[in-house]
Design a protein around this ligand. Structure first.
Ligand code: AP5
Length: 236
C-alpha cells in the first residue's frame, strides 16, 4: 500500500467504538457528512454482500444471523481494500471495526504502513436496557440507508423514508431477542477489551451515548476539534 501522509487540516482516521445500538452508525453518518470523509461500516458492507449473494455474503450470512462475529481475516481484508480508495484520501470513519484484539492489531499495522498514524478513537457508552429499546425501534431505509427509530426518531409517514419514500425495514439481527443478546455477548467478550486496549495508549475518548442524538453529535464534533488542537501541539 502506498504510504500516505495526512494532509494538514484533513480529518484523518476515526474509530467509533461501542456496543450494538450505541449509535455508531447514526453518528458515523453525521460525522461523515460534516467532515466530508466516508463512513466505513463493516456491518453495512457485509449486509450488502449478503443481499447480493456474493461469495463473501454467502460465507457471512449464517454467522451474522446468529449474532456472532465473522472471521477476522474477512473483515480485515475488506477494510484494508476500502481505505485504499480515493475517497479515503483525507480520512475515514470506521464504524463496527475493529471488533477483536486481532482486528485492532491488524488495523494498527495497516494504518502505520499507509502513513495514517494513530486513529482518533471515540467510544459511545450506553447501558443495555436503552440499547435493547433502541434496537427494538430501529428501522432503516432499504435504498439510502437512513436510520430511524419508531420511538425517538420516527419518519414523517409511517414505514416510509422521509428522503426518498422507500420502504423502511427492520434488520434481521434486530428482530429476535436471542440474536440481539448474542450480539451483546460477542461485544462484551471480544470488543469491550478494545476500549482498554486503546485507553492504555491514551487514545480513547468516552462520550455519553445516552444523550440526545444532537447532543452526542455535538460532543463527538467537539472531540474532533480537540484532536486537531492536540495534533497541532504534537500530543495526539
Ligand atoms: P453492525 O452492523 O456493525 O451492528 P452492531 O455493532 O450490532 O451495531 P448496530 O448497527 O446494531 O448499532 P449502532 O451502534 O450502529 O446503532 P445505530 O446508530 O444504528 O454488525 C452487524 C453484524 O455484522 C455483526 O453482528 C457481525 O456478525 C458482523 N460484523 C460487522 N463488523 C464486524 C467485524 N468488524 N468483525 C466481525 N464481524 C463483524 O442506532 C440504533 C438505534 O438507536 C437507531 O434506531 C437510532 O435512531 C437510535 N439512536 C441512535 N442514537 C440515539 C440517541 N442518542 N438517542 C436516541 N436514539 C438513538
Amino acid at each position: 500500500m502506498a504510504t500516505r501522509q495526512k494532509a494538514a487540516g484533513s480529518p484523518g482516521a476515526f474509530i467509533l467504538l461501542g456496543p450494538p445500538g450505541a449509535g455508531k452508525g447514526t453518528q458515523a453518518k453525521e460525522l461523515a457528512r460534516r467532515c466530508g470523509i466516508p463512513q466505513i461500516a463493516t456491518g453495512d458492507i457485509l449486509r450488502e454482500a449478503v443481499r447480493r449473494e456474493t461469495p463473501l455474503g454467502l460465507e457471512a450470512k449464517a454467522v451474522m444471523a446468529r449474532g456472532e462475529l465473522v472471521s477476522d481475516d474477512m473483515v480485515c481484508a475488506i477494510v484494508e481494500q476500502r481505505i485504499k480508495q480515493e475517497d479515503c484520501k483525507n480520512g475515514f470513519i470506521l464504524d463496527g471495526f475493529p471488533r477483536t484484539m486481532a482486528q485492532a492489531e491488524r488495523l494498527d499495522q495497516i494504518l502505520t504502513a499507509a502513513g495514517w498514524g494513530r486513529p482518533k478513537v471515540i467510544y459511545l457508552a450506553v447501558g443495555m436496557e436503552e440499547r435493547m429499546r433502541r434496537l427494538a425501534g430501529r428501522r432503516g431505509c432499504k435504498v439510502c440507508g437512513r436510520i430511524y427509530n419508531i420511538y425517538d426518531r420516527p419518519p414523517r409517514l409511517e414505514g416510509r423514508c422521509d428522503d426518498d419514500g422507500s420502504e423502511l425495514t427492520r434488520r434481521h439481527d434486530d428482530s429476535r431477542e436471542a440474536v440481539v443478546r448474542a450480539r451483546f455477548e460477542a461485544y462484551e467478550k471480544e470488543t469491550a477489551p478494545l476500549v482498554r486496549y486503546y485507553r492504555r495508549s491514551g487514545k480513547v475518548h468516552r462520550v455519553d451515548g445516552k444523550l440526545s442524538l444532537e447532543q452526542v453529535t455535538r460532543e463527538v464534533l467537539k472531540l474532533c476539534r480537540a484532536y486537531d488542537h492536540m495534533q497541532s501541539k504534537g500530543r495526539a
